[in-house]
Design a protein around this ligand. Structure first.
Ligand code: PLP
Length: 321
């Protein structure tokens, strides 16, 4: 019923020749099974990587090269910009653009994020799809429950599977889903050569997470939508960002010190980074991202706790703002 967890790193040759599984850096049975499951959810060919950033690194190394340009949504996950800046030393260029409008001309890869973390904007999919370059959508916060970017004109979908797909804050993983088999083949080749691979244990945990993805995300959406509405009406809250689906939202209080008091006052919601798990987490993002985000911004990733319990916690914490 559940896929066996085969931790082998090598398998016997078949009649003196490598079989489908021969060395784990290339492929292993549970990894291939979970890639099939995720590929089905997204409508493409999935490949697992050791983390979301590992997946992002693989995409640019496999499909781009020196002198190529990535047009990346200005409010995409801040680590994406950090990675692209790191790769400038290797001749890769990038420019930032407002993903609610058309991407700039001349880019080889358009990198959008739906919804963006933590400003929760949505890209203009039609404008992105009309661009002649490759289009990648980081759909970590949407999940295939709410969005299938390959059906919206994208060539590639990226996930930090560490978040909603894994779902329990206990596995670090990334995934890319490709529409075109040649992209999947090139990514597999680069993954094998660089070794940015997912271990069998991690892949198995992703299999477990995917079994409950739909019910978890449905419940998180219901709770987050309710909390977004209540936060909007709260006197200490200056702004709420919520795209109408998913478990991720952000809201602003007066300033940095007030935000810090809120994040350190919650008791049910854990003051920690990351998102997408069954336990709710909250943190100020200015500490990581600097002036990309307001000092008073708090990112709340809603888990599976009862909504009234979370609301009581937020009201108590906002009292300290
Ligand atoms: N993409 C988004 C939207 C993220 O939020 C993150 C991590 O927070 C990543 C990518 C990177 O994923 P990982 O931490 O699994 O490397």
């Amino acid at each position: 019923m559940e896929p066996p967890l085969d931790r082998s790193t090598t398998w016997p040759y078949v009649d003196g020749e490598p079989g489908p599984f021969h060395y784990a850096r290339n492929a292993h049975p549970v990894g291939v099974e979970v890639e099939r499951e995720l590929g089905e959810l997204e409508g493409g060919e999935a490949l697992l990587f050791s983390s979301g950033m590992g997946a992002a690194t693989a995409v640019v190394l496999a499909l781009l090269g020196p002198g190529r340009t990535v047009a990346v949504a200005a409010d995409a996950y801040y680590g994406t910009g950090v990675l692209l800046t790191e790769l400038e030393r290797w001749g890769l260029r990038h420019t930032l653009f407002d993903q609610t409008g058309p991407p700039p001309e001349g880019a080889d890869l358009v990198w959008i994020e739906a919804p963006s973390n933590p400003l929760l904007t949505l890209p203009d999919f039609e404008a992105a799809a009309a661009h002649p370059g490759l289009v990648l959508c980081d759909a970590t916060a949407a999940t295939p429950v709410h969005l299938r970017p390959l059906e919206r004109g994208c060539d590639l979908v990226l996930h930090s599977a560490t978040k909603y797909l894994g779902g329990h804050h206990d596995v670090l993983l990334g995934a890319v889903v490709a529409k075109r088999p040649e992209h999947a083949a090139r990514l597999l080749e680069l993954r094998t050569r660089t070794g940015i691979v997912a271990a069998p244990d991690a892949a198995w945990l992703l299999h477990r997470g995917l079994q409950t993805l739909e019910v978890r995300v449905a419940r998180q959406t219901e709770t987050a939508a309710d909390l977004a509405e209540r936060l909007n009406a709260h006197a200490k809250v200056a702004a709420v960002r919520y795209p109408g689906f998913g478990g991720l939202l952000s809201f602003d209080v007066a300033d940095g010190p007030a935000a810090r008091r809120v994040e350190t006052s919650t008791e049910v919601i854990v003051n920690a980074t990351s998102l997408g798990g069954v336990r709710s987490t909250i943190e100020t993002r200015h500490r990581w991202e600097g002036d990309r985000v307001p000092e008073g911004l708090l990112r709340l990733a809603v888990g599976l706790e009862p909504v009234e319990e979370l609301w009581r916690d937020l009201v108590r914490a906002l009292g300290a703002a």
